[in-house]
Design a protein around this ligand. Structure first.
Ligand SMILES: Nc1ncnc2c1ncn2[C@@H]1O[C@H](COP(=O)(O)OP(=O)(O)OP(=O)(O)O)[C@@H](O)[C@H]1O
Ligand SMILES: [Mg+2]
Length: 354
């Protein structure tokens, strides 16, 4: 809606973890360096934790995009609340192996044979488990068992576990001692500082053809950082609404007062709990979904007319979330279809399963 008004090719602040928008903040760069280090070790675990919306999935997708598929066979699975047998089934499916109605012992044999084949062909197998905070301790234990597979003295599988801060608690629990011994490195992805927040915003705007319109005043950047706590998803949500507000009020310069007005409007829409979240005082939860109730600007006939002219709804971002979710479900469905395909065993896919 505001894209054409500001001359953008597309929306700069979408909520999907699109690697083509990847910005290397200090934290993201370090986290990426840990993953690359792990990749070179070809064994054990790398653990990346990070606040909700800090950019973990974007990081993983960006790594996957850069991987040389002639050297690494990677499987990316997104964990819902998985128990031990489910995780093995998902690992098998994510590597393109048949997993439906297969006994656990056979699943393990199949996975091992597949990993041996990969290693013998001079490639490496990489398993990335996203949303690892949802794994039960038994599921984590199964992953540890997989990391024991060896061909002569080479480990067959390298694993990355990526999750929200709660996963650190799982890792620290008493039963996880054996897993901890196999962790090569772990890193916590924190928020961006004010200078990085500004650079992040300008980077995303630059990706869609921003040439300085709208001009964003330094004080606006500072307030965006303060209100978002430097977390990319919160920054995106706030900036999306800020640009929308700029378009609706026909502005080409946005200052702290505009940011404040948007934040207040969002607070009114979502109530005090969301406000606390947005200010970064609490962890967890989804904050300021763009699908909030329609903003109060709708009571103004001029802005309402502009909105109607634009022909789009305020629920666009929610729709994107749904589409992203549908894509994941579709990915899982494709995984199941691949399982029942006779050629599946030979495939070397890279797919996401939820
Ligand atoms: N380094 C980055 N460069 C560009 N955009 C980013 C970056 N990190 C995060 N984002 C953006 O922030 C939003 C949230 O990112 P992402 O989904 O990767 O977070 P997450 O840490 O996986 O969140 P969750 O804890 O909910 O799984 C997305 O819109 C994503 O595009
Ligand atoms: Mg994520």
């Amino acid at each position: 809606m505001y894209e054409s008004y500001y001359g953008f090719y597309s929306k700069p602040f979408q909520l999907n973890p699109d690697p083509s928008f990847f910005f290397s903040s200090r934290g993201h760069r370090r986290a990426m360096a840990y993953l690359e280090y792990g990749l070179h070790q070809s064994e054990g675990f790398i653990v990346i934790t990070g606040e909700v919306g800090a950019g973990k999935t974007t990081l993983v997708r960006s790594l996957l995009q850069r991987l040389d598929s002639s050297k690494v066979v990677a499987a990316h699975l997104v964990s819902t609340h998985l128990d031990a047998d489910d995780i093995l089934r998902l690992v098998a499916a994510a590597f393109g192996l048949p997993a439906k109605n297969v006994e656990k012992a056979d699943l393990l044999l199949q996975i091992e044979a597949f990993l041996v084949k990969i290693t013998a062909s001079g490639k490496r197998a990489l398993l990335i488990v996203d949303e690892a905070q949802n794994l039960t301790p038994r599921a984590v234990e199964e992953l540890r068992m997989l990391s024991n597979f060896q061909l002569e003295d080479h480990a067959l599988l390298q694993s990355f576990l990526v999750g929200q801060p709660e996963f650190r608690k799982t890792m620290q629990s008493e039963h996880m001692q054996q897993l901890r011994q196999r962790v090569l490195a772990s890193y916590h992805l924190g928020p961006m500082d004010p200078a990085e927040t500004r650079a992040y915003i300008e980077h995303r705007l630059g990706r869609v053809g921003w040439k300085g319109d709208p001009r964003i005043e330094p004080s606006a950047y500072d307030l965006i950082h303060a209100e978002s706590g430097g977390l990319p998803r919160r920054i995106n949500t706030l900036c999306d609404r800020l640009l929308l507000a700029g378009f609706l009020s026909d502005k080409h310069t946005l200052g702290a007062a505009d940011v404040e007005a948007v934040v207040n409007e969002m607070r009114e829409e979502q109530g005090p709990a969301a406000t606390a979240n947005f200010a970064g005082k609490h962890e967890g939860g989804v904050f300021f979904g763009n699908a909030a109730a329609l903003p109060s600007v709708l009571s103004d006939p001029t802005t309402l007319a502009r909105l109607v002219d634009a022909g789009a709804g305020f629920h666009a971002s929610r729709l994107e979330d749904r589409i992203a979710r549908l894509e994941q479900l579709l990915g899982a469905a494709i995984g199941l279809a691949v399982e029942s395909s006779p050629t599946a065993t030979n495939a070397e896919p890279r797919k996401e399963v939820r």
